[in-house]
Write a protein that binds this ligand. Structure first.
Ligand code: 6K6
Length: 143
């Protein structure tokens, strides 16, 4: 299974360590196309290589190839919102994970979208349980 993980980059990197944890866990279900989102060294500034056009085209290509899309939406990000909208139009299965109370309220354009699964979590363990439930029995290697 190909999994597209979306998380904030230029929207802010406060949750980069969390993304890394979630991506590691997602890797037990299939191939995560966007592993770099969890790279804690990656800052929200100055990613000039590859250039923005190449990033856009590569990510859209990966989105088209994905079997499931997981978006961590606690840090508001234009890019993540755009990816969620594209995924919906591509008829992908989309799970949006939101940790309430941290910062801003989730946009109504995500919270109110009936074509995505919205789920709130309060701990890393709860987020993992939600991921396992969404991805069902597709975990690699059985358990
Ligand atoms: C180099 C190494 C790692 O990342 C880079 C360059 N930047 C990006 N690379 C890949 N995907 C990106 C990059 N910048 C944004 N995105 C996509 O938009 C990701 O798939 C994220 O889910 C989303 C983040 O959007 P912003 O608006 O927070 O940047």
């Amino acid at each position: 299974m190909k999994i597209y993980f979306a998380g904030s980059i230029r929207g802010g990197r406060e949750d980069a360590a969390l993304y890394e944890e979630l991506i590691g866990y997602l890797g037990t279900f299939g191939h995560v196309l966007t592993e770099h989102i969890g790279n804690r060294i990656l800052s929200g500034h100055g990613e000039t290589v590859p250039d923005d056009r190449s990033i856009y085209e590569r990510d859209l290509h990966w989105l088209e190839a994905a079997d499931a899309v997981i978006a961590e939406v606690s840090t508001p990000s234009l890019g993540v919102g755009y990816e969620i909208a594209c995924a919906v139009h591509l008829k992908k299965r989309v799970l949006c994970l939101y940790s309430p109370g941290k910062r801003k309220r989730l946009s109504a354009m995500i919270a109110g979208c009936g074509e995505v699964t919205n789920a709130e979590y309060r701990s890393l363990q709860e987020a993992k349980t939600l991921l396992a439930s969404f991805l069902g029995d597709k975990k690699q290697g059985g358990t």
